[in-house]
Design a protein around this ligand. Structure first.
Ligand code: MG
Ligand code: MG
Ligand code: MG
Length: 305
């Protein structure tokens, strides 16, 4: 039997990559042959974390064969997963997202908790199983929590995430704020990315009643800086809208220092956003909004009804 493949979502973020690595190690500790893999390019923030803790970059896969045993972390929706997922054998899911567009033909382990990060859930599973985490794995889990909660500033962050992060910081001997800011800043270096790459860096596709929408997000320390490229970004977005037949494309540019976002909104159905925010020059400033999952997605979901 080939190894169980462990992976997170497409357009991988730090939680997806680090949780895949940690979950594969946890499986090995339990005697399961597992291997962490990834479904896309590693971003700069994640690269910073992997380098810092001297972790190997998981191998890239593009699809899975029929009946391949897989473990999903940090996602469940099939459109965010690997090509071929419908015919794979999903043995376990560990996730902190809504459950949608997901089904299996066989029983499975499904660990879902409404916490700020998948790594937080993994840590709790580890604790329940009397598992010890070495400093390297603890550092990777801490990086994932810092990333997903934007250093505890996102409304997705819970007291549990904070508590676990501090325990992990102890194990890995890391100064959370100093390391966290350095890591987040590494991810805001967008200078050498093309507009096409930038809008695809952290893009999630959702589909409801036949309406297909992409919501992409980039972190920055200067919203203004990103919008200097507005014209070229719009050209790139327009191309994706045509190619993927989208009703709407939303790019959320998130200021990680001041915890605000500005949306760039294009497509036929901009009214989905305009029900909540006035668009000017295709843009809307959302004060205090940083979370796609807890703030932007629910707004879109509500306006789609
Ligand atoms: Mg993620
Ligand atoms: Mg996550
Ligand atoms: Mg994210």
């Amino acid at each position: 039997m080939s190894k169980v493949l462990v992976f997170g979502h497409k357009n991988p973020d730090t939680d997806t990559i680090c949780s895949a690595i940690v979950m594969a190690e946890m499986q090995k500790k339990m005697g399961v042959e597992a291997k962490a893999v990834r479904l896309g390019k590693i971003n700069k923030e994640t690269m910073f974390a992997l380098n810092y803790f001297n972790a190997e970059i998981p191998e890239l896969i593009e699809k899975v064969e029929e009946n391949q045993e897989v473990i999903l972390v940090d996602h469940n929706e099939f459109q965010q997963s690997v090509d071929g997922i419908e015919k794979a054998k999903i043995t376990t899911v560990v996730d902190h997202h809504r459950i949608d567009n997901f089904s299996t033909s066989e029983p499975l382990f499904y660990h879902a908790e409404p916490l700020g990060c998948t790594a937080t859930i993994l840590y709790r599973i580890g604790k329940m199983n009397q598992m010890e985490f070495e400093p390297k794995l603890a550092g990777l889990m801490l990086s994932a929590i810092i990333s997903d909660t934007l250093l505890f500033k996102s409304p997705t962050c819970t007291e549990v995430d904070k508590k676990v992060a501090h325990e992990l910081a102890e194990i890995s001997n890391i100064d959370i704020n100093k390391y966290g800011l350095e890591m987040l800043k590494a991810g805001t270096d967008l200078g050498d990315l093309s507009e096409e790459q930038l809008i695809n860096l952290d893009a999630k596709t959702i589909e409801k009643n036949g309406t297909k929408i992409i919501i992409a997000q980039v972190n920055t320390v200067s919203i203004e800086d990103v919008f200097k490229r507005q014209n070229k970004l719009e050209e790139a977005i327009q191309k994706v809208i045509e190619k993927d037949n989208l009703a709407l494309f939303v790019l959320a540019v998130t200021d990680i220092l001041n915890s605000n976002s500005e949306l760039l909104v294009l497509g036929e159905k901009t009214e989905i956003i305009e029900k909540s925010y006035k668009l000017e020059n295709n843009r809307a400033f959302l004060k205090g909004v940083v979370s796609r999952k807890k703030q932007i997605l629910p707004m879109i979901d509500k306006n789609l009804d």
